[in-house]
Design a protein around this ligand. Structure first.
Ligand code: HXC
Length: 520
């Protein structure tokens, strides 16, 4: 039997726990729901495995400041922090609590977030930030700004060490956008999540332009136009279930050598019969690379990243032989799968993430070249295209590639080619490896011959045919070892899985350096 003093203390704890749970109070919770948003605690419950959340700092309060006001003392302040499990894997998380002063970032909030990030780093587990905040706590001035910079520092130090995920479930404005921007994946929920540096009011005052919050920085905008958001969902519930799916593919940290393996029910030697007829006879006719990816991976399960952005390239996670892999592939049904600025940057970022976290990269290639045009040149296709070369060349994880059709020019060698240290480079028999397409090539190397001939169209088409026969096949490259083998497409899955198994203990190192100077 407990003594009465302990009883008293227990009842005090109970009372304080109730108070902490109430966050900004019933009225604010109601108003949060009226805004179409869940509360921070409801979000945590939906995201984590049932009953796995352990809260930290629930009794922390803001330190006295010159705006000190008893009304504004909330247990736990404007963020809920702690750790828990997702599919039994440990994750650390913080959820900004909009019911407390609009989730604004006080010094205390920043300290709580930094503590969680330190724990995540020390213990090697992903950190997830649920963002719903009015930004820097105005009453706290520079102290709250300093709080942001402490978080930015932690985000940068954690980069490449633990996976960092940000989820935009309310406002994220001004400098507050930069913590999510420093993380690996940004999820947004339509209608409630918004990110922008300067709001519509400021834009109107400065430029006269009128734009709504949603058009300016809503989920759809960032998923398809800016590329800031990697995943968007219509509801918070869908968003949390997608985060849980993503965590399944990721290792816990950069030293976690156990590739997140799952029980594989899809036979590694499954033949992909549809591949024998998937490439159209006409080499200018598009086809859907997504069909190839979903057919080749385990259980047709491909989690596409950046689905709505730079759709001429596909990136995402899947499993092959039960092991987590990253896939990069041209999409010939969008802009013929050309490499442009956005596609280069999208793929480069993904390749670097996979490399940082020891996730092997499988690349499917059907690329007619880099996108021509002044718009691309003037916006820096040279600089941005170089990022993709850099990313592939620097990556030391296992790299397997399959050329399905076109592999032209500079765009081809960018894509995990042998001389960029691709480990296994395959081509289907339909592979067309050349400096450029037949017509362009013939127009350049046989210009004089075509001009001086009587029947220039006939001569030209013969020369094109000749070029296609001689050069536009995978055997020239296979004869020099640039391609390791020309494979029967229906065996693609088996070949890739065998390659991944062979490369499972791959060791490759970069020369000692502080860090490279990737052309940013
Ligand atoms: C203190 C804040 C706050 C803030 C909101 N609140 N933002 N308190 N500091 N930054 C409080 C409100 O006073 C209100 O309190 C409650 O939160 C809910 O806010 P509402 O305005 O009623 O909500 P809503 O209409 O949904 O609008 C949300 C909002 C708006 C769009 C976020 O509140 C807003 O524009 N806030 C200011 C945003 C801002 O300018 N932040 C500073 C940015 S500078 P009561 O008690 O009335 O309910 C910045 C720099 C970071 O963040 C730099 C890092 C380097």
């Amino acid at each position: 039997m407990q003594n009465s003093k302990t009883q008293q203390k227990l009842s005090q704890l109970k009372q304080k726990s109730i108070e902490a749970k109430l966050s900004g109070g019933e009225a604010k919770i109601k108003s949060q729901h009226e805004r179409g948003k869940l509360t921070a605690r409801e979000r945590i419950d939906l995201l984590l495995d049932d009953g796995s959340f352990e809260e930290i700092d629930r009794f922390l309060v803001n330190q006295p400041n010159e705006f000190d006001d008893a009304k504004n003392k909330f247990l736990g302040e404007a963020v809920i922090t702690g750790y828990g499990k997702i599919n039994n894997k440990t994750v650390f998380l913080y959820a900004q609590d909009f019911t407390v002063l609009g989730g604004s970032l006080s010094e205390a909030v920043a300290n709580k977030i930094c503590k969680i990030m330190d724990l995540a780093m020390q213990n090697g587990a992903p950190v997830i930030g649920l963002i719903d905040s009015g930004g820097a706590r105005i009453q706290e001035g520079v102290n709250s700004l300093a709080g942001y910079s402490s978080i930015f520092l932690k985000n940068t130090r954690a980069s490449g060490v633990i996976p960092q995920i940000s989820v935009i479930l309310g406002p994220a404005a001004g400098g507050a956008t930069y913590s999510p921007a420093l993380t690996d994946f940004i999820f947004m929920v339509t209608n409630i999540g918004q990110m922008y540096i300067t709001g519509p009011e400021v834009i109107k005052a400065v430029t006269g332009e009128q734009v709504t919050h949603e058009e300016l920085g809503g989920a759809e905008t960032h998923a398809s136009k800016s590329g800031v958001a990697h995943f968007i969902n219509n509801t918070e519930e869908e968003c949390f279930s997608q985060i849980r799916q993503l965590i399944e593919f990721l290792p816990q940290n950069n030293m976690d050598e156990s590739n997140p393996e799952t029980e594989n029910i899809d036979p590694p030697d499954r033949k992909c019969e549809v591949f024998s007829s998937i490439i159209p006879d006409d080499s200018y006719q598009p086809y859907d690379m997504l069909e190839i990816i979903t057919e080749v991976v385990d259980n047709n399960d491909f989690m596409e990243v950046h689905q709505k952005y730079a759709t001429n390239i596909l990136v995402g996670f899947a499993r092959m032989g039960g092991k987590s892999i990253g896939i990069v592939a041209q999409q010939p049904s969008r802009l013929a799968g050309v490499l442009d600025i956005n596609a280069s940057v999208k793929a480069a970022r993904f390749v670097r993430f996979c490399d940082a976290f020891n996730i092997p990269i499988v690349t499917f290639i059907d690329v007619p070249g880099f996108m021509p045009g002044t718009l691309q040149e003037h916006n820096g296709i040279i600089r941005h295209g170089a990022k993709l070369i850099y990313a592939y060349a620097e990556a030391t994880v296992p790299k397997i590639s399959v050329i399905t059709r076109k592999a032209f020019g500079g765009a081809y060698i960018v894509m995990s080619s042998k001389n960029l240290k691709g480990d296994i480079n395959y081509s289907w028999p339909t592979g067309e490896l050349a400096v450029m397409g037949a017509e362009g090539a013939v127009n350049i190397i046989h210009r004089k011959k075509i001009k001086s001939s009587q029947n220039d169209e006939k001569v030209k088409s013969e020369l094109i045919h000749d070029y296609e026969e001689k050069f536009m096949n995978p055997y020239v490259a296979a004869s020099t070892g640039i391609i390791d083998d020309v494979i029967d497409p229906i065996e693609t899955r088996t070949k890739i899985i065998n390659g991944l198994n062979m490369l499972a203990n791959k060791r490759d190192t970069l020369p000692p350096k502080k860090h490279g100077t990737i052309p940013l």
